[in-house]
Write a protein that binds this ligand. Structure first.
Ligand SMILES: O=P(O)(O)OC[C@H]1O[C@H](OP(=O)(O)OP(=O)(O)O)[C@H](O)[C@@H]1O
Ligand SMILES: O=c1cc[nH]c(=O)[nH]1
Ligand SMILES: [Mg+2]
Length: 211
């Protein structure tokens, strides 16, 4: 597994406002959307392309276009849904699959309550969207489900990651073809499993719910 922390002043600037407890829900959503396009720029560096001949108004030339099979984008419901529009704006031909997952706030165990994805993911580039990589339980389970369906090229895009979560993914997905792209690697987790300094509960802040 490979981890890439995107070191860019615009990412740091937007993350700072996202973290700020005073940031309201509409602004939080807008910033998450903007951040995913910046992170996706880095995460799609190896997206598969093919050569294509076109005519410009001046001459014939060879360019590139996204190739088949189409990439698959998988937001982890709920909070990951807030990253979907920004991602498909960059990859308009992508197919979208869905995983609904919730972390038990006491045991910190992740469970899946919705699963709507293509059966065969072999040969597909898969981009998983989840703003928070905390203990890593959610993403270990999500990537495991993708690999059971034959996925062999998975990129996870997170807004924030904790070192504990990255280490768990490295341990449990050792040797798996997985890349994690994150806007920041934070200090760690608190006793409730929240990322520190973090931004609180991403889903609640994204959708205006409490608890
Ligand atoms: O790395 P982990 O310790 O598993 O925690 C990370 C998960 O927790 C949050 O989801 P949550 O369970 O709060 O669901 P929500 O998106 O519906 O709020 C977050 O969006 C991740 O999916
Ligand atoms: O800090 C955290 C950890 C898990 N899930 C969140 O939404 N925030
Ligand atoms: Mg939540």
């Amino acid at each position: 597994m490979r981890t890439h922390v995107v070191d860019h002043p615009l990412v740091a600037h937007k993350l700072t406002t996202l973290r700020d407890a005073r940031t309201d829900t509409p602004t939080f959503r807008r910033l998450a959307d903007e951040l995913v396009t910046l992170l996706a720029y880095e995460a799609t560096r190896d997206v598969r392309t093919e050569l294509v001949d076109i005519n410009t108004p001046v001459t014939r030339t060879t360019g590139v276009r996204l190739s088949h099979p189409r990439p698959l984008v998988v937001p982890i419901i709920r909070a990951g849904l807030g990253m979907l529009d920004g991602m498909v704006r960059l990859l308009p031909t992508a197919e979208v699959g869905f995983l609904g997952m919730i972390r038990d706030e006491t045991t910190l165990e992740a469970s899946t309550y919705a699963n709507r994805m293509p059966d065969d993911l072999s040969g597909r580039q898969v981009y998983v969207l989840d703003p928070m990589l905390a203990t890593g339980g959610t993403l270990v389970a999500a990537v495991g489900e993708l690999m059971r369906r034959g996925a062999d090229d998975v990129t996870v895009i997170c807004l924030l990651a904790a070192p504990e979560g990255v280490e768990r993914l490295e341990a449990e997905l050792a040797g798996a073809p997985v890349t994690v792209v994150t806007g920041a690697l934070d200090e760690g987790l608190d006793e409730q499993g929240f990322i520190v300094p973090g931004l609180g509960d991403a889903g609640d802040r994204m959708y205006g719910t409490v608890g």
